[in-house]
Design a protein around this ligand. Structure first.
Ligand code: AMP
Length: 303
């Protein structure tokens, strides 16, 4: 018999099967997830900064596929990962519709702490992402990945998830988080899901809300450049970069930050086989990132 409530499941208060329960206090959620684990449930975490779109929904749907699992969505705009001149204050927030999206997709726990509750009054400790943290995104956003790793380490510590899902949209973030979980023996498996795109190729992002329609048009050059690059994969790394750059240069509203080809762990690009093409650019003050798999030296475009 399916237990009717967390009391029946031995999980204590704070969890009702088939419904969304919101927690704001780390200690309360820790207690609930510990009790659920004790009843044999697997905890799957989907960390987000809210303003949920189809990319986030896909993560929640994937999380729900874990059999015997309970899906926890965290919703927290993490100040530590924003630079002083970045968009922390104006980052889009849509609490009511976020909770509704979680309900629709079948997440049963939402964690939405205040900054005080998560960081305490005098935080001193951060996670150092190592050399990769200063490259690509990290070169333009100093301290960004220390902020990301620190907040995710907190989330892992609170709910001890068996599995945490992240989007390949933030590819460097995914690589660093997987490494952190592995190197620090955190006991959580980190998995990525492919980039979810609009039908015209634009990668979904909460920051797309900042784009006026002309800017949105310009932003399409990112995914178009990646597609052109991937298409040139059989001709090698130089051809990939040239093809992608050619597309980016046709778009005057787009200010390129970087276009780089790396291996799948973000080391130097291989001569052959799987590589990752990564791009970052600003359109009308909005910073956008995207990436795609490229098969070097073989025929056909993978994405
Ligand atoms: P955010 O709320 O932007 O911090 O993103 C939360 C999670 O959703 C991260 O793991 C992102 O990589 C993922 N995500 C954001 N946009 C997409 C997308 N278009 N496709 C797949 N995953 C995404």
């Amino acid at each position: 018999m399916t237990p009717k409530s967390a009391y029946d499941a031995g999980a204590g208060p704070g969890f009702t099967p088939g419904e969304v329960t919101v927690h704001e206090q780390p200690a309360e959620l820790a207690k609930v997830t510990r009790a659920l684990r004790g009843t044999g449930r697997k905890i799957t975490l989907v960390p987000t900064m809210g303003s949920l779109h189809e990319g986030h929904r896909e993560l929640i749907r994937r999380a729900r596929r874990v059999s015997g699992g309970v899906t926890v969505v965290s919703n927290f705009v993490n100040p530590l990962q924003f630079g002083p001149d970045e968009d922390f204050e104006r980052y889009p927030r849509s609490w009511e519709s976020d909770v509704e999206a979680c309900r629709q997709e079948g997440a049963e726990l939402v964690f939405a702490p205040s900054t005080e509750a998560l960081y305490g009054p005098d935080p001193q400790i951060t996670v150092n992402p190592g050399p990769l943290g200063d490259q690509l995104e990290g070169a333009s956003r100093p301290g960004h990945f220390a902020g990301v790793l620190t907040v995710v380490a907190k989330l892992f510590g609170i709910m001890r998830p068996d599995l945490a899902l992240f989007g390949e949209k933030d590819y460097q973030q995914l690589v660093l988080l997987r490494r952190m979980a592995h190197e620090l023996h955190l006991g959580t498996a980190v998995q990525g899901i492919p980039v979810v795109r609009e039908s015209d190729g634009l990668a979904l992002s909460s920051r797309n809300a900042y784009l006026a329609s002309e800017q949105r048009g310009a932003a399409l050059a990112l995914s178009a450049a990646l597609a052109a690059g991937a298409h040139a994969g059989a001709s090698g790394a130089d051809a990939v970069l040239e093809a992608a750059r050619g597309v980016l240069e046709t778009e005057p509203l787009l200010e390129l930050d970087y276009l780089e080809l790396r291996d799948t762990e973000l080391g130097p690009a291989p001569a052959e086989g799987e590589a990752r093409l990564l791009v970052a650019a600003t359109v009308g003050g909005t910073r956008l990132i995207d990436n795609a798999l490229v098969l070097l030296g073989s025929s056909g475009a993978p994405e």
